[in-house]
Every structure is written in structure tokens, then in C-alpha cells.
Design a binder for this molecule. Structure first.
Ligand SMILES: Cc1cc2nc3c(=O)[nH]c(=O)nc-3n(C[C@H](O)[C@H](O)[C@H](O)COP(=O)(O)OP(=O)(O)OC[C@H]3O[C@@H](n4cnc5c(N)ncnc54)[C@H](O)[C@@H]3O)c2cc1C
Length: 304
């Protein structure tokens, strides 16, 4: 099936391709071998507008939408799936739920920082005893005045060690399974937020995956995302959206594996396959400037 790109989507593709080839590819293998989180690349993705692609312009993003996000993600994933998953989580699992379910105050407080890359987000659903069966989660939130007190452990949280804000899915009503789950925006510098064990993974090694522990963590009730008890519904919707945003990772991973011989040097140049999405970048191409209205610094010219 063909998806013809608009002029703007083509620009996004060229911009992401140039960024991926000139800035991610030279360091990707080393970062992955060392399990080093690519903080500088994440900052660059923020500058380029790649972390707020689902965030409306009014809150500091480009509001370009899922298709543009997927086009950019495909280019990033082509050279480094770890950087790609960090970008994907920030857009689809963190920014998007805040856009869809956040109150005006929450949107104003968190989205501009997330979209610019000034802050990194994570999404905490899985637990030691609940993975596929997400509705079995037991991390609790008990109301106490104008706040909720959270206790529990979250497992396998992407960007959890670096995150400034975490969307935490927790149980507010033990009597109901799916309707007893609520999403909260939690800030990682609040008392009772602990980063636990880091996973020593076989792949995606420069994307950090950690355990997060909430210990009597007090969260204002105003930080509830959506309505009390609506967390599972929003989780299902976002998971569907993220599935489409993570598909480029799987497809390019397959393509990369099939087109790159194992003898290729570690600092491999981009694939020269005839596939359109594997073309090397053309640095003289025009670049995407998603927000000349807002900022004038968004360009992909590699910095010296
Ligand atoms: C790299 C990485 C990053 C992650 N990032 C995040 C994150 O940012 N946030 C987050 O919340 N979670 C994250 N996760 C967790 C991920 O969402 C879970 O691993 C996933 O939901 C599966 O849960 P599980 O690992 O407990 O496997 P399980 O639920 O134990 O499932 C194991 C296997 O059994 C199968 N299975 C399960 N139940 C049944 C059944 N009833 N019938 C038949 N087969 C079944 C499953 O399909 C699967 O193949 C991450 C995981 C990884 C590996």
C-alpha cells in the first residue's frame, strides 16, 4: 500500500534522515554497546521539534500528527532503535495522553517542557505481577485530603531513570478491576520517587529501562489525568496509537538486519539499498522548520 507524502512530510523525512545519518549514526553503536543514554541526542531531538510532534502549537509542539511522527521515527529507527524508542515514548505515551486527557493547567505546565525536550517523560504501567494483563496492577493510590498517596513498584519503565515526569497508572479503587485504575502525572523529584534496578538488556541498550518505586509518594489530586477510574480506558487508546508509532521500529529493524551484512564495520554508513526509506541523506535538501512562527532555531544543520 502506498502512502504518498505531502511536501511537509517529505521535509520531515529529509530532516530526520539528515539528523539520523549525521548525528545519531556515528555514536549509535558505541552508545548501545555501553548502554549509555543518549542525552545529547535527546536534547537535539527537542530542538528539532521531534519530541512534540503530537503536541498542538499552542502548547509548544508542532501538532504534525501521527503520520509525520511515523515518517520521522522511521528515519531515526533506521540508524538506532534505542533513540527511536525514546522518541516514540515521549511523543506517544507521554505527550499524547497529556494532550488528550490533561486539564488545561496540566497541559500548560507539562507540555511545553516535554515538546521542547527540556523535560523527559516516562509511562509507568507494567509491574512485577502485571504485564500483558495490565488491569491486574496493584500499585495503590489512597486519597488523603487534596492529595493521593502512591505506593508500589513499576517494572521495565523506558526512560524511567532520566524522566522528569512520569505518567503512572495506579489503582484508586480495589473493588473494580479496569474501572479502578487512574492515571496521575508524577514528578520525579517529589519525595518518595525512587529509581530501582536498571535492566541490562540484550537490545535497545541505550534506551534505559528501569524499575520505579513509589513510597508514600504524595500527588495532588489536580494531577489526575482524565477522570478518576478512567486510566485503563485511556491506556487502551494510547497503546493502540503507540503500536502504530512503534511499527516503523519493527519494519526498519527487519530491513536493516536483512540489508546490512554482519561484516559491516560498526560505524556503518547508511544503507545504500534502493528502498526509498533507506536512501542516504542529501544534506543540501531543504529542512523541516515546523515552527518558524514560534522559533527560528529549528534546523538540522549539524553543529560544529
Ligand atoms: C524494552 C522494554 C521497554 C518497556 N517499556 C515499558 C514502559 O515504558 N512502560 C511500561 O509500563 N512497560 C514497559 N515495558 C513492559 C512491557 O509493556 C511488558 O513487558 C509487556 O506488557 C509484557 O508483559 P510481561 O513482560 O510481564 O510478559 P507477560 O505478561 O508475562 O507475558 C509473557 C508471554 O505470555 C503471553 N501471555 C500472557 N498472558 C497470556 C494468556 N492469558 N494467554 C496466552 N498467552 C499469554 C504473552 O503474549 C507473552 O508472549 C517494557 C518492556 C520492554 C521489554
Amino acid at each position: 500500500m502506498q502512502f504518498p507524502l505531502t511536501d511537509e512530510q517529505r521535509l520531515i523525512q529529509n530532516t530526520a534522515r539528515e539528523f539520523a545519518d549525521s548525528e545519531i549514526a556515528p555514536v549509535a553503536d558505541q552508545h548501545n554497546r555501553e548502554g549509555k543514554f543518549p542525552a545529547a541526542l535527546v536534547k537535539r531531538m527537542g530542538e528539532l521539534g521531534f519530541l512534540g510532534m503530537l503536541v498542538p502549537e499552542a502548547y509548544g509542539g508542532s501538532g504534525i500528527g501521527n503520520f509525520g511522527l511515523v515518517v520521522a521515527l522511521e528515519e531515526v529507527n533506521r540508524v538506532c532503535a534505542s533513540t527511536g524508542v525514546t522518541m516514540s515514548v515521549q511523543n506517544s505515551l507521554v505527550c499524547a495522553p497529556v494532550v488528550h486527557w490533561g486539564s488545561e493547567a496540566i497541559k500548560k505546565k507539562y507540555l511545553p517542557k516535554l515538546a521542547s525536550g527540556e523535560a523527559l517523560g516516562a509511562y509507568a504501567l507494567s509491574e512485577p505481577g502485571s504485564g500483558s494483563d495490565a488491569a491486574a496492577l496493584v500499585t495503590s493510590a489512597v486519597k488523603d485530603g487534596d492529595s493521593y498517596v502512591l505506593n508500589g513498584t513499576k517494572n521495565f519503565i523506558t526512560s524511567g531513570a532520566e524522566a522528569d515526569f512520569v505518567i503512572a497508572m495506579v489503582r484508586t479503587d480495589p473493588a473494580h478491576k479496569t474501572r479502578g485504575i487512574t492515571a496521575f502525572v508524577v514528578e520525579s523529584d517529589w519525595k518518595g520517587f525512587h529509581v530501582g534496578k536498571k535492566e541490562d538488556k540484550m537490545g535497545l541498550r541505550s534506551s534505559s529501562t528501569v524499575q520505579i518505586v513509589f513510597e508514600d509518594l504524595r500527588v495532588p489530586a489536580s494531577n489526575i489525568l482524565g477522570e478518576l477510574g478512567s486510566g485503563f480506558k485511556s491506556r487502551c487508546t494510547r497503546s493502540t496509537a503507540d503500536a502504530s508509532a512503534s511499527r516503523p521500529r519493527r519494519s526498519v529493524s527487519r530491513r536493516r538486519v536483512s540489508t546490512r551484512p554482519s561484516s559491516t564495520p560498526k560505524s556503518a554508513k547508511p544503507s545504500t539499498s534502493k528502498s526509498e526509506n533507506s536512501r542516504p541523506s542529501n544534506s543540501s535538501s531543504p529542512t523541516w522548520r515546523p515552527s518558524s512562527r514560534r522559533r527560528d532555531c529549528w534546523c538540522t544543520t549539524p553543529r560544529a
